[in-house]
Design a protein around this ligand. Structure first.
Ligand code: ATP
Length: 312
């Protein structure tokens, strides 16, 4: 049988689409099997100069935006499945949890990460907390007091949109406490996080690294778009003026609290699609390392089946 040219072209197109799909699925599978993205994003030990880090970089990824979006969509099911396993574990006596700590300048995409990455999971299993300037009551306590109260319960994925790191960053930049106070906090944070990990919480810390230029573009976009204007605060511009101080304070916080048990990940965040891709992978990889299994029933399944069948 002689194939028409159109039929041959259609067949080739279908084959290419099939091969591409298989390649992407394979890549997603391989990436989730290892710690490839975790390793690519992990901050090396030693001093940190954020001025040298490319905010447009795509560590661990060599494709284009549509590839990243497709790959992330392919991985969403796996992420949801793993999160449900953790939730089920927590419901059946398990004590483990996962805490994602998000830090970054205004407009770096902390909210977008919650929406696009955490939004791929079951909201029942997630506890999202954001931290603003401490209230009067919070100020009466140690800086970790409010943080400890917000930790995820067993089985949950906690997300901190800003965190205890504000107490060594904004506090330092704005001189809200004497240096003697905030400089003691790095060690306190390391001790706290070490205890947290010891008690069964996997801590995933991400610094969303945005460039000054893209941050300005995003602020302008907020002003231009009436549906985004509510996100803009005039104070945002004053914070921009202190960009270098923030970078210095972040550099020290990242370097001094980059421990083996709770390392920092540096996520280039100028490209939103990369940020979402990277954090999705990071979470999948960290979940995979937890070797989560479905709980085994603590009742006689066959006997229960009989009971259900016999019930009215
Ligand atoms: P986004 O996190 O989405 O950029 P935002 O800039 O609108 O949010 P808000 O949620 O309105 O911020 O408030 C957060 C503010 O609270 C930030 O300016 C942050 O630096 C400040 N903040 C958080 N923790 C502390 C702290 N411990 N001490 C002083 N200020 C803090």
């Amino acid at each position: 049988m002689v194939k028409t040219r159109a039929a041959a072209q259609a067949a080739t197109k279908a084959e290419v689409a099939k091969a591409t799909k298989a390649k992407l699925a394979d890549r997603a599978e391989r990436a989730s099997d290892s710690s490839r993205v975790t390793d690519a994003l992990r901050l090396p030990q030693g001093p940190v100069d954020l001025g040298l880090v490319d905010a447009r970089g795509t560590p661990g990824f060599d494709g284009k935006k549509p590839d990243a979006e497709r790959e992330r969509a392919d991985l969403a099911g796996r992420l949801g499945d793993l999160q449900e396993r953790l939730f089920a574990e927590g419901r059946t006596g398990g004590t483990r949890s996962l805490l994602l700590v998000l830090q970054g300048m205004d407009t770096s995409g902390k909210g977008g990460t919650v929406r696009h990455v955490i939004g791929q999971m079951d909201p029942q299993g997630c506890a999202i907390r954001s931290f603003r300037a401490p209230t009067e009551q919070e100020r009466k306590h140690d800086f970790l007091w409010r943080i400890k109260r917000a930790l995820p319960a067993p089985g949950l994925v906690g997300v901190f949109d800003r965190s205890h790191y504000e107490d060594v960053v904004v506090v330092r930049v704005h001189d809200l406490a004497p240096e003697a106070t905030w400089s003691r906090r790095y060690e306190a944070i390391n001790r706290f996080e070490s205890q947290l990990v010891g008690s069964g919480t996997v801590v995933v810390k991400c610094f969303l690294h945005i460039s000054r230029g893209v941050s300005r573009d995003r602020l302008l976009a907020r002003l231009d778009d009436p549906t985004k204007r509510w996100k803009y605060r005039p104070g945002d511009v004053d914070e921009r003026a202190r960009w270098d101080d923030y970078m210095a304070a972040y550099g020290d916080a990242l370097a001094r609290c980059n421990t083996d048990v709770a390392p920092w990940h540096l996520v280039p965040a100028d490209r939103k699609w990369y940020r979402n891709w990277a954090i999705t992978h990071l979470l999948v990889e960290r979940f995979e390392a937890m070797a989560l299994t479905w709980p085994v029933a603590d009742f006689d399944v066959e006997a229960e089946r009989e009971r259900v069948l016999a019930s009215p």
